[in-house]
Design a protein around this ligand. Structure first.
Ligand code: SAM
Ligand code: DTB
Ligand code: SF4
Length: 367
């Protein structure tokens, strides 16, 4: 039985463990629920960039930021599908589409649903992050074939108001409830390295681990300090500009122990992390990454770099099913088939064990 009754004290005690003990416990939990040598590959695309009315202090896309980003219109469906096809060819398993909106307008729902349906038809898992949703919008997205909705709580309830003033923590929870009510899987996490205290990191993971059902995906972002944003201006060129690697790994390990069956995704900030720090994150139970050379507006380690790192570590793209979705009758998308081209190009360097030398159907994922 997965626990959702964690106390703050218990989460705090995990953070306080000697590092070696914490790592061992996290690795043990990871192995009990996941294939430890596998990593899920996701690609991000910003389908509507900039000009967002929210004032999130970390974000280059807020209209209140001075990041020099040009606001753009919603992309055409065909251009989104072309990007998804490229991501699939590069070996990605899930395609995540993000829009810089407070909430989608009803007039945009047709195009957004067409994007979901088109991406899903390619055999990719679909994820979107569009801001606040009504119940009707959540059900429309679900009907179009959306597997996951990403909506982050970002930080502890106590710290939330210091980072964002245009919406409340409770509004985040309300949208998450609408997403669940519509039958979609939840992707929900946050950002560390925003100058918060450890107590905030404890509060952040406690809030996630005590949701009525754990998110199927938990993205852990390390702040990318962007000039022109409130936090970028405040933290850039200070010792706080990058979270300490060991504290980041601890956060990943505690997330793994507190939410044993969730996918834990290394998200923003990986580009500035050493290979050794990323390897520790995988040991601590991270098992999903964003690949491709761009996140939404910032750079990411590209596929080549990731392929080299995973080869070095003897890790392969995820083949097993996500533990939290095994029982789901309509779990979404991914064909589980890695194309030969993508494999030889990116994922089968000579040091990789030849576990996946030909397109490999994953049992139960092709129906
Ligand atoms: N507008 C939608 C929303 O906020 O729900 C979706 C897009 S938003 C960019 C998605 C998430 O990206 C945010 O919740 C935040 O956790 C993360 N993010 C944004 N800017 C970031 C940055 N500079 N560093 C790290 N993570 C960031
Ligand atoms: C998430 O938690 N991280 C991703 C995804 N969900 C949408 C976004 C990261 C954005 C990093 C900053 C940027 O590229 O603008
Ligand atoms: Fe808008 Fe999302 Fe950026 Fe906040 S994080 S400013 S809601 S795009």
């Amino acid at each position: 039985m997965t626990r959702t009754d964690w106390t703050r004290g218990e989460i705090s005690d995990l953070f306080e463990l000697p590092f070696g003990e914490l790592m061992l416990r996290a690795a043990k939990v990871h192995r009990a629920h996941h294939a430890p040598g596998e990593v899920q590959l996701c690609t991000l695309l910003s389908i509507k960039t900039g000009g967002c009315p929210e004032d999130c202090g970390y974000c280059s896309q807020s209209a209140t930021a001075n990041s020099g980003l040009k606001a753009e219109k919603l992309m055409d469906v065909d251009a989104v599908l072309a990007a998804a096809a490229e991501a699939k060819a590069a070996g990605s398993q899930r395609f995540c589409m993000g829009a810089a909106w407070r909430e989608p307008k009803d007039r945009d729902m047709g195009a957004v649903c067409a994007m979901v349906a088109g991406v899903k038809a390619m055999g990719l898992e679909t994820c979107m992050t569009l801001g606040i949703l009504t119940g009707d919008q959540a059900r429309e997205l679900k009907a179009a074939g959306l597997d996951y909705y990403n909506h982050n709580i970002d930080t502890s309830p106590e710290h939330y108001g210091d980072i964002i003033t245009t919406r409340t923590f409770q509004e985040r929870l309300d949208t998450l409830a609408e997403v669940r009510g519509a039958g979609m899987a939840v992707c929900c996490g946050g950002i560390v390295g925003m100058g918060e205290t450890r107590s905030d990191r404890i509060g952040f993971l406690h809030a996630l681990a005590t949701l009525p059902r754990h998110p199927e995906s938990v993205p852990i972002n390390a702040l990318v300090p962007i000039r022109g944003t409130v936090l970028g201006n405040l933290l850039a060129d200070t010792p706080l500009a990058r979270i300490d690697d060991i504290e980041f790994v601890r956060t990943v390990a505690v997330a793994r122990i507190a939410m044993p069956r969730s996918m834990v995704r290394l998200s923003a900030g990986r580009e500035s992390m050493s290979e050794a720090a990323q390897a520790l994150c995988f040991l601590a139970g991270a098992n999903s990454i964003f690949t491709g050379d761009k996140l939404l507006t910032t750079a990411n380690a590209g596929e080549g770099q990731d392929a080299a790192l995973l080869a070095k570590l003897g890790m392969v793209p995820m083949q097993a099913e996500e533990p939290m979705r095994k029982s789901s009758p309509d779990r979404g998308g991914g064909s589980g088939t890695l194309t030969e081209g993508a494999l030889s190009a990116a994922w089968a360097p000579s040091t990789t064990p030849l576990r996946v030398a030909v397109p490999l159907p994953v049992p139960g994922r092709n129906e």
